[in-house]
Design a binder for this molecule. Structure first.
Ligand code: HT7
Ligand code: ZN
Length: 873
């Protein structure tokens, strides 16, 4: 397959000044009449992308072209014209109901009740009409929609409304004009029977905006939280970045049929219902937070992505990394900042570090791709956000804001690059940020090693930092990167010492940032009265793996005293890692196990710790992260060791203390969304899991009661999951109850499928296979596929990696079936095979056989083929 390279970038030969689109919408057949005002930029023919289109007519400057006057091959329509401008008209036909790939114009839901919608990022617009479908072609859009009024009472497109009316034969029309030039990937339309909730909003600069959230009638009463989140996001972007909304209307639409989380189409955001709907009866606390975060993320794209877009898809992180960072800052302001940081870093470690350590590793700005849909990755999003965070830290709060102001001002209405971004931020502050460019171009997670030496006689502490980034495909030698290390030094009582670097005259308060710019550098701190314990990379100041030989007692000290909530948690994670090593090496009474369990037992009784933070502290790294601590991956063994450690922890705290705390939390139960109630629910869930490890039947009784009288989905699902994974028989009745109670509630049923996909061990595959026969299961719905197959393959290591390889073979078969319907979804699920090389030998051979067989097939999509080809390497 063709490889697209960043180095081959050429500006467009023809640009579009204005595009007029007229749609005649129907479920089986829709027609699109497109009028493009084209402007020549180079001495080349016009080349327009188009895939799966039935071309009905083609006109240039009013003259209809006949066959032979144009070339139509390999998804490109080529027309040679004279002159520097022309008007090109095409009329094409589409078949929305047959579009199971959910790219371009498609049908969400059933033929009789569903609605039509579009998804154009990254290259979906070419499935709608012939167009230069690349993000650096920005045009003004006028869109007219025509459809049967009874079947499609609501007609929406991006931009401001510009008239509507009735037509003969029960049809009607609506027109929209978008004054802001935009790339084709931001085009959207929606048509069908939808209900709405609305709110008035006035921007800080005085624009009155109508906010509308649209959804099907049965779920419209679950959109209020999204509306509140939207208003909070709009205010926050005004206050934090001085960014105002810029159209008279803002539409948000929910669909159950969507390949990703949501889409920031200009003026018409479209959401996977999973990230828009929320109500106490069917949503967990985590889901409420996700709704708030995704609503904010898509809204923030209006500036970081829409007003300033990407020159090409290699620059994807310019909008995605930046927007994730903006969402992280917003969520930290709306909720607990340390908990948000813990959650984000945990995600980075769980999803991005493994991606970057295997054959799918790529730089935040890749240099080549064969299928861009496969680059909407944790690296581009989450690592990209970490790079923005480092740069923001370098500039400081006010400097970063000045830099962002200049970036938005300088590139408004343009398609920019990562270089443009660094230049604007640097220029606004009179600094050169180009050293950070290396972070964008270099794959792999850097290892940062730290070695501290205290010179008691000189009262000095010498910190030697070294960095090394492992080789990756095509990048055998890595260069040194700027690595900001925020740090504090603690004395034996857990107090942060004043910090003065050699050569400086005054000491800083208890925290500062040193930047490692070379492969190796020493930093010497003066006037250090006693041997310190270093708290390094505070707040996770750089996306690296820290290698520092702490003694268990030192980590226990940080776990007890570090004022940085993130580092406190991370000290616990590192200590848990050492405890894991001891367990693995047959030393269940080792120093780290004892230090970890006793420090946490102490914190358990510390009333000053927030319940949610305590829940996080009581959670060691998961089975997936712990793979790093095994030479070869044997999921059963990892799970057994981890459970052994947790049992030691539960015993150190004491079963009676655990049960008493659980009972107290149950007493205080409510369905409130306030932080304290959410924290209580989170801790309750953690305690139930710990109790289950030492007293399974006691936990089953508690979970049964919790399930029956749960005031919220958070409590209900926690109890259900505990029951399902602790005792299969005890889980049956509540599972059946849940299935019936939520029949018809797609998002709640997804949780039911996902809970069972997590059953540990060999029993899981048969359960998953049985669930495929449930009438509610379908391979056509991406959320359902992710809930059952995605959860099983990615979040159930002992179930998926069963030693006989049966689950690998089963997933291989399913991938072929999914691929025939929806290549993007198949490709995503297939990434579960990433890391097969690190499995122990039996599993490795079984996984390899499946991957190799699939990779050799010639009948699979480009999306799936690309993932398989790379994973098989
Ligand atoms: N920018 C959006 C990306 C997206 C997408 C990409 C490929 C295929 C389908 C898609 N749906 C949405 C999501 C975001 O805001 O990051
Ligand atoms: Zn995004």
């Amino acid at each position: 397959t063709a490889v697209i390279r960043l180095a081959d970038y050429r500006p467009p030969a023809w640009t579009v000044e204005h595009v007029d689109l007229a749609f005649d919408l129907g479920i089986d057949r829709s027609e699109v009449l497109a009028t493009l005002d084209l402007v020549r930029q180079a001495d080349e023919p016009i080349r327009l992308n188009g895939e799966g289109l039935e071309l009905l007519e083609l006109h240039v400057d009013g003259r209809r072209l006949v066959e032979g006057e144009y070339i139509l091959a390999n998804g490109v329509l080529e027309v040679g014209v004279e002159g520097d401008r022309c008007t090109l008209v095409t009329r094409v036909a589409l078949r929305p109901a047959e579009n199971t790939a959910f790219e371009g114009l498609y049908l969400s839901g059933s033929r009789d009740k569903g609605f039509l919608l579009t998804q154009c990022e990254a290259e979906g617009f070419r499935h709608i009409t012939y167009y230069p479908d690349r993000p650096d072609v920005l045009a003004k859009y006028t869109v007219t929609l025509r459809a049967d009024k009874a079947r499609f009472p609501v007609l929406l497109a991006g931009g401001n409304p510009d008239g509507a009316g009735d037509l003969p034969d029960g049809r009607h029309w609506a027109r929209f004009v978008d004054p802001h030039p935009k790339p084709s990937y931001l085009f959207a339309l929606v048509a069908g029977r939808l209900e709405r909730i609305s709110q008035d909003y006035t921007t800080a600069d005085g624009r009155k905006v109508d906010l509308h959230i649209w959804a099907e009638a049965d779920v419209i009463d679950r959109c209020d939280y999204a509306m509140d989140s939207l208003v909070r996001s709009m205010r926050w972007d005004e206050q934090a970045y001085g960014r105002n909304y810029d159209l008279d209307v803002f539409h948000v639409v929910a669909t159950h049929d969507f390949n990703m989380g949501a889409m920031e189409n200009k003026g018409l955001n479209i959401f996977n219902a999973k990230y828009l709907l929320a109500d106490p009866d069917s949503s967990t606390d985590d889901e409420y937070r996700h709704v708030e975060a995704v609503v904010a993320h898509e809204y923030f794209h209006n500036w970081s992505g829409n007003r300033v877009t990407c020159r090409d898809w290699f620059q994807l992180s310019l909008k995605e990394g930046l927007t994730v960072f903006r969402e992280q800052s917003f969520s930290a302001d709306m909720n607990s900042a340390p908990l948000k940081r813990i959650e984000d870093v945990a995600l980075l470690r769980r999803a991005q570090f493994p991606e970057d350590a295997g054959p799918l590793s790529h730089p935040v700005r890749p240099s080549q791709y064969s299928e861009i849909n496969n680059f909407y990755t944790a690296t581009v999003y989450e690592k990209g956000a970490e790079l923005v965070r480092m740069i923001a830290g370098h500039l400081g709060h006010d400097g970063f804001r000045k830099g962002m102001d200049l970036y938005f001002e300088r590139h408004d209405g343009e398609a920019a690059t990562i270089e443009d971004y660094l230049k604007a931020l640097g220029d606004a502050n009179g600094v050169d940020l180009s050293a950070y460019l290396a972070w964008y171009g270099q794959a792999g997670t850097p290892r940062l090693s730290a070695e501290g030496r205290y010179e008691a006689d000189k009262h000095r502490y010498r910190l030697l930092l070294r960095q090394r980034t492992p080789a990756s495909a095509g990048q055998p030698n890595k260069q040194a990167l700027p690595v900001p290390v925020r740090l504090s030094l603690f004395d034996a009582n857990g107090r942060a010492m004043p910090l003065r670097l050699e050569g400086e005259s005054a000491a800083d308060a208890g925290e500062r940032t040193v930047v490692l710019t070379q492969a190796e550098q020493a930093f010497v701190f003066e006037d250090i009265a006693s041997a310190p314990v270093a708290s390094l990379l505070r707040g996770f100041s750089a996306p690296v793996v820290l290698e520092c030989e702490y003694a268990p007692a030192e980590l226990a000290l940080l776990l007890r005293h570090d004022a940085d909530g993130f580092n406190r948690w991370d000290a616990g994670q590192q200590l848990a890692g050492l405890a894991y090593d001891e367990y693995r090496d047959g030393k269940p009474e080792g120093a780290a196990v004892v230090a970890w369990a006793s420090a946490l037992a102490g914190l358990f009784h510390d009333a000053s710790i927030d319940d949610a933070l305590l829940a996080e502290l009581l959670t060691p790294p998961g089975e997936i992260e712990l793979v790093e601590r095994q030479a070869e991956r044997d999921p059963e063994r990892i799970r057994a060791i981890r459970r052994g450690m947790l049992r030691a922890l539960a015993k150190a705290i004491g079963i009676d203390a655990l049960k008493a705390r659980y009972a107290a939390l149950r007493e205080a139960a409510s369905d409130g969304l306030d932080a304290a109630s959410q924290s209580r629910r989170q801790l309750k869930r953690r305690l139930l899991d710990l109790i289950a490890l030492v007293d399974a039947s006691g936990a089953v009784a508690l979970a049964g009661a919790q399930y029956s009288d749960a005031p919220s989905m958070t409590d209900r699902l926690a109890a259900l999951t505990t029951l399902a994974v602790t005792d299969a028989a005890a889980g049956e009745q509540p599972l059946a109850h849940f299935r019936q109670r939520y029949d018809g509630n797609a998002l709640a049923l997804d949780k039911w499928f996902a809970a069972q996909a997590q059953l540990p061990g060999d029993a899981a595959l048969a359960r998953v296979q049985a669930l495929e026969d449930d009438p509610a299961f379908t391979l056509k719905n991406p959320n359902r596929v992710q809930a059952l197959l995605g959860t099983f393959a990615r979040a159930n290591p002992t179930g998926f990696h069963r030693a006989d390889g049966a689950a690998y073979r089963w997933l291989g078969d399913r991938l072929v079936a999914i691929d025939a319907l929806n290549p993007q979804v198949a490709a995503r699920v297939a990434t579960a095979f990433n890391g097969w090389k690190r499995l122990e030998a039996t599993r490795r051979e079984a996984a390899h056989a499946v991957v190799a067989e699939l990779a050799a097939r010639k009948d699979l999509s480009r999306d799936l083929t690309d993932i398989l080809a790379r994973v098989a390497l």
